[in-house]
Design a protein around this ligand. Structure first.
Ligand code: ZN
Length: 330
């Protein structure tokens, strides 16, 4: 049995495996520029962020109907559950769909067909977080928030993702203020490729409760001290960092030093179909390559539930935490 954990940094569009991409393409009459799943899997060996993003957006063309989004989420939840994920807070990128003519309602209701039954079908509790594409305008993000209003019963919070450099958090100040006024939780990617200052901005200007990635905080000792003092959770994604060359090798990943410094780290998969593994694969990788002790792995699992947005179900959080404490490593 794998270590029970929550996944807090997961883009549902990034869980599209080549087999499902071809299945959905056939169902929707979309022609993919790849002969078969082998050739597509080969394309998944991209070399940098831009080639990843190009492929990522190209493949979204196969997602058209509610059923497509339902199937996508179900495929992820089945894989995550098999790797010990008990709770998942799932990102989606509405602008990547609305901009190609797929309506917000199709995306949210499609995902909900899966998420709404996830506890029964997969044994995984879920929350849904809507992300804004930071390389698009603040106005576009604000329109997206407006679009989402009829669906806010399904959405617990907002996030900020896509190409970070040159798109600082401050660009989205008004959008985050509006989201806060609607009672939405707030997270943002910061300090992945962008500088440590973006992490401080995400906290101070956007009021985020968790920082997605936050890896580059290690360059600023005063920032590390603040993150430790304020117990700000960081959603790290080690295999993603290696694939996107944010770190040179997994062995060079600062996770052990970050834990030693007292940072509240969690381990997540980001875009698992593209980055070489799901949540459990990331845990296995840091255990094997970074030599994390069982107590450190337990700490990561404990942090994932403490950092999750389960304030509306504290009883469930406590049950998960008890599972973590009772877990016996094989
Ligand atoms: Zn991400």
């Amino acid at each position: 049995m794998p270590l029970p954990k929550a996944e807090l940094h997961l883009h549902v569009e990034g869980t599209l495996e080549p087999e499902l991409a071809f299945e959905l393409a056939a169902r929707n009459g979309v022609k993919l520029p790849y002969a078969d799943t082998d050739e597509l899997r080969e394309a998944y060996r991209f070399q940098d962020l831009q080639s990843f993003l190009d492929l990522y957006y190209e493949l979204m063309a196969v997602l058209r109907t509610e059923r497509d989004f339902e199937d996508l989420a179900n495929a992820y939840l089945a894989r995550a559950a098999a790797q010990g994920v008990r709770h998942a807070e799932i990102f989606f990128d509405p602008q990547a769909h609305t901009s190609r003519g797929v309506e917000m309602g199709t995306v949210v209701e499609g995902l909900w067909r899966s998420l709404g039954r996830s506890v029964e079908n997969h044994g995984v509790s879920t929350r849904l977080i809507m992300c804004f594409l930071r390389d698009r305008s603040a106005e576009s993000a604000m329109r997206t928030l407006e679009d989402a209003r009829p669906h806010l019963g399904r959405i617990v919070g907002v996030g900020l993702d896509s190409a970070e450099v040159g798109h600082p958090p401050v660009k989205f100040r008004e959008v985050y203020e509006a989201a806060a006024a609607l009672g939405l939780r707030r997270v943002a990617h910061a300090g992945e490729e962008g500088p440590p200052e973006y992490i401080g901005q995400a906290l101070d200007v956007l009021g985020v409760e968790r920082v997605d990635h936050g890896l580059r905080c290690v360059e600023d000792p005063a920032l590390v001290e603040r993150l430790v003092r304020e117990r700000v959770p960081l959603t790290l994604c080690p295999l993603s960092n290696v694939r996107l060359r944010t770190v040179d090798t997994l062995a060079a990943h600062p996770l052990p030093a970050m834990l030693d410094a007292g940072l509240m780290c969690t381990v997540n998969s980001d875009d698992p179909a593209y980055f070489g593994g799901y949540a459990g694969d990331n845990f296995d990788a840091v255990r094997t390559t970074l030599g994390l002790s069982e107590e450190r792995l337990r700490e990561l699992a404990r942090n994932s539930f403490l950092a999750s947005f389960l304030e509306d179900d504290e009883e469930l959080r406590q049950r998960y935490l008890a599972e973590v404490e009772a877990y016996e490593f094989p």
